[in-house]
Write a protein that binds this ligand. Structure first.
Ligand code: AMP
Length: 140
């Protein structure tokens, strides 16, 4: 299947849809997941058009995973979770719902299970505050 230029993340990249931005650079954009599975759930995406891991050239993949590490550091500092999960799905059968490659950065807490994937919209003000908390940790 070919890349759909109107998928929701492509539209965010073009500025046609809003997001709670955390970080951006030449190759990547990071923003809050609109349906967070735990507080602080952040997404990191490449700017390049790629449906999944298999479609992204290695150089851009490197830049994307480095950005993911950087964002994960900031998420860890901002929320102090004992664990941070990095998740990435390829294909509907694997649980992918948005077909532009993305890495989930999800803080994890002992004994706390994840809320259902993509199930419950987060409060916009809370998401904005969380984005600001993470951005502050990226600057130090
Ligand atoms: P996946 O199932 O791995 O494709 O994950 C897609 C993720 O994108 C889900 O966790 C959704 O909550 C999230 N999502 C969908 N639309 C938006 C949006 N407009 N802004 C931020 N996150 C979104």
């Amino acid at each position: 299947m070919s890349y759909d230029r109107n998928n929701v993340f492509a539209r965010i990249l073009r500025g046609e849809l809003p997001c709670h931005k955390v970080h951006e650079d030449e190759h990547t954009l990071a923003f809050m997941d609109i349906m967070p599975q735990t507080p602080g759930h952040t997404l990191v995406i490449p700017r390049a058009e790629a449906r999944d891991l298999f479609e992204l050239p290695a150089e851009v993949l490197t830049a994307t995973i480095v950005a993911t590490q950087r964002v994960a550091h900031a998420v860890r500092q901002a929320f102090s979770p004992p664990g941070v999960m990095i998740a990435q799905f390829n294909g509907a059968a694997a649980g992918q719902t948005v077909f532009h490659l993305h890495f989930h950065v999800i803080p994890r807490y002992d004994g706390e299970s994840l809320t259902l994937h993509g199930a419950k919209p987060g409060d916009s003000q809370v998401l904005a505050a969380h984005a600001e908390r993470i951005r502050a940790c990226l600057q130090v």
